[in-house]
Design a protein around this ligand. Structure first.
Ligand SMILES: [Zn+2]
Length: 127
């Protein structure tokens, strides 16, 4: 689903790449595929604000465990923000793009509420 075949060398390429890693052939993506590729390349707000919850919701259980370890958690956060959507799509065994995308949307909304809640708590206890 998330792989296509290079027209030139017939190598398999992940859809979010702009060119074939083997021969450098520029991929011409279908509009829908283009949108998906862009969506997958977009950094994830949810992973930034709410790493643990996001990793769980995104079915990245390995990263969820990593994000619980204090120093490693920071690296996990950064990597999940950048690559999280791609990994989740690739490894999350989602039944459809729609399911995946709606889950991502929910997680972003939850993360925004979460960060607002934390900021509220911070301000409350500061004064
Ligand atoms: Zn190629």
């Amino acid at each position: 689903m998330n792989q296509i075949v290079c027209h030139q060398c017939k190598d398999k390429i992940d859809v979010w790449n702009k060119e074939c890693q083997r021969c450098g052939f520029h991929l011409v993506l279908e509009p829908e595929q283009k949108l998906k590729a862009r969506y997958l390349r977009t950094p994830s707000l949810g992973a930034l604000f709410f790493t643990q919850g996001w990793a769980l919701g995104a079915r990245l259980y390995f990263w969820f465990i990593l994000s619980l370890i204090p120093a490693v958690g920071i690296a996990a956060l950064i990597l999940c923000v950048i690559f999280g959507r791609r990994w989740s799509w690739k490894f999350g065994s989602w039944s459809s793009w729609k399911e995946f995308q709606s889950r991502m949307r929910i997680l972003d909304v939850v993360a925004i509420f979460w960060i607002c809640f934390l900021m509220g708590l911070y301000l409350y206890f500061r004064f």
